[in-house]
Design a binder for this molecule. Structure first.
Ligand code: 2AM
Ligand code: CA
Length: 255
């Protein structure tokens, strides 16, 4: 049964993702900046920890489910995930925060079937928060079921991403942020798409908008939000897809 498979996958991955979280915490004792490289632009960074955690997850996930493909942010080449099971992994989401010591980063593992997310696991080691969700089974934070809040826009916090690596989007984005700023309780810009989705799922924010994200940034978080009762689309209201980069709008369904 697929549903049992998802539950089993979450149970097997949970200790592994927690172990990888310990590597992130241990990195605080080191000079992370010294192991940082640019990936194409000065806004897109990678550290030795991103690579180390991805390698560890790749090995463990292939033991847990040998038939599933592995799509990871730090892969040189990505597999075609349109058919069958695949893991979509961001070894560290919020890499800039990680490098700067802001303690707002996480590990994100989504599993898709025919490119549709069927389960998601996100771990924030700084708060020891493990978010999990499987299709039709609800979303959980450290084993306790979570739900989006009922905040109208006037009463809620709205989280944004700003896509610094795509300057042509900044004009449109900042005018959108300004228009929300005038209406909502306040705005936030945390720097981890996966944690932005978890905050929405946990009822902390009412809306999250980002103009450009990659599949590994949002795959796990999307099913966590949906299973917590929220909605996730692109900025034009289309069904989110996980084959290319996309915009994203995740809502509690009220805001
Ligand atoms: P990262 O920390 O794994 O790089 C912050 O707004 C979000 O955007 C983070 O989830 C960040 O993921 C992601 N991000 C960073 N660079 C990106 C890029 N070039 N394209 C899409 N998303 C990116
Ligand atoms: Ca990353």
């Amino acid at each position: 049964m697929i549903e049992d498979l998802e539950k089993e996958v979450i149970e097997k991955i949970s200790p592994v993702i927690r172990e990888c979280g310990k590597l992130m915490l241990a990195a605080k004792e080191e000079n992370i900046s010294s192991s940082t490289e640019e990936k194409g632009s000065r806004h897109n960074l990678v550290t030795k920890y991103d690579k180390l955690i991805q390698e560890k997850l790749k090995n463990k996930l292939s033991e847990i489910m040998p038939s599933a493909l592995f799509l990871g942010e730090e892969n040189e080449k990505q597999p075609d995930i349109r058919n069958g099971y695949a893991f979509i992994v961001d070894p560290i989401d919020g890499t800039s925060n990680f490098i700067k010591g802001l303690d707002t980063s996480c590990i994100s593992i989504g599993m898709t079937y025919d490119a549709v997310p069927v389960c998601g696991i996100i771990y924030n080691p700084y708060k020891d928060e493990l978010f999990t969700a499987a299709e039709g089974k609800g979303a959980y934070l450290n084993g306790k079921q979570i739900h989006v809040n009922n905040d109208a826009i006037e009463d809620g916090l709205v989280a944004f991403g700003t896509a610094p690596y795509n300057p042509e989007l900044s004009e449109k984005m900042f005018s959108m942020i300004k228009s929300y700023f005038g209406r909502c309780l306040d705005i936030r810009r945390f720097g981890s798409a996966a944690l932005d989705l978890c905050d929405l799922a946990a009822g902390r924010t009412c809306l999250y908008i980002e103009p450009l994200v990659a599949p590994w940034d949002v795959c796990a978080g999307t099913i966590i939000v949906r299973e917590a009762g929220g909605t996730v689309t692109d900025l034009d209201g289309n069904e989110l897809q996980f084959l290319t980069k996309t915009s994203i709008k995740a809502s509690n369904g009220v805001a």
